[in-house]
Design a binder for this molecule. Structure first.
Ligand SMILES: C[S@@+](CC[C@H](N)C(=O)[O-])C[C@H]1O[C@@H](n2cnc3c(N)ncnc32)[C@H](O)[C@@H]1O
Length: 188
């Protein structure tokens, strides 16, 4: 089954408050679908209430139980709404066994992912240089050939570090589109 990204994003927007915009979510959904042949985890850095995590999860519904998603957030900086009831979020989107919330720093690789393959990393954490550098250093080496890293906030006047850091750090990967402030790169 191929997920209808338009419909999926409309449903998620209605049910989960969040920071990733509709255009960025649709793009993320398409990126996730494009990776059907690349094995490994989908990693969502910056869970907030679970919006981008559910995009990645629903986008990979047709791939059966193999595709698993980890979403990481520390919930320590006064995140509005606090930590969501992720169990309920997952039940709504019928993905109880595939998606996991890890409470912690996004630049620390959770034990469950250590040594495992990674197909996609979506970075939507703290859009300032210091954290971006840490997240890229931690996750970029783990992505499989053909896999993708995508960054929210690219091209935004509010978060100029994103474009600057990402352009410096990702120059050795293939640049894909930037849509809805989400810039993606594919590992060659
Ligand atoms: C922009 S929001 C994420 C939006 C979410 N991806 C969505 O689709 O709605 C950023 C999140 O990153 C978390 N965060 C900020 N710095 C962090 C860090 N160093 N480690 C883990 N989480 C962090 C915040 O708690 C916040 O929930």
């Amino acid at each position: 089954m191929i997920t209808d990204c338009e419909k999926t994003v409309r449903k998620i927007l209605k049910q989960i408050p969040g920071k990733t915009n509709a255009t960025g979510m649709k793009y993320l959904c398409k990126l996730a679908q494009s990776l059907a042949d690349v094995p490994g985890w989908f990693i969502d850095l910056g869970t907030y209430q679970g919006r981008s995590a559910m995009v990645l999860t629903v986008a990979s519904l047709g791939e059966g139980p193999a595709r698993r998603i980890i979403s990481i957030d520390n919930y320590t900086n006064g995140t509005k709404g606090g930590q969501p009831d992720f169990w309920t979020v997952k039940r709504r989107f019928k993905c109880r066994n595939r998606a996991h919330l890890v409470v912690g720093e996004t630049d620390l690789i959770p034990p469950i992912v250590q040594g495992a393959q990674v197909a996609l990393v979506f970075v939507n954490v703290d859009h300032r240089r210091e954290q971006l550098d840490k997240d890229i250093a931690a996750w970029k080496p783990l992505v499989e050939p053909g896999g993708i890293m995508a960054f929210d906030g690219y091209g935004s006047d509010r978060w100029p570090d994103v474009q600057a850091v990402v352009d410096e750090a990702m120059g050795d990967w293939t640049r894909l589109d930037c849509t809805g402030n989400v810039q993606a790169f594919e590992k060659g």
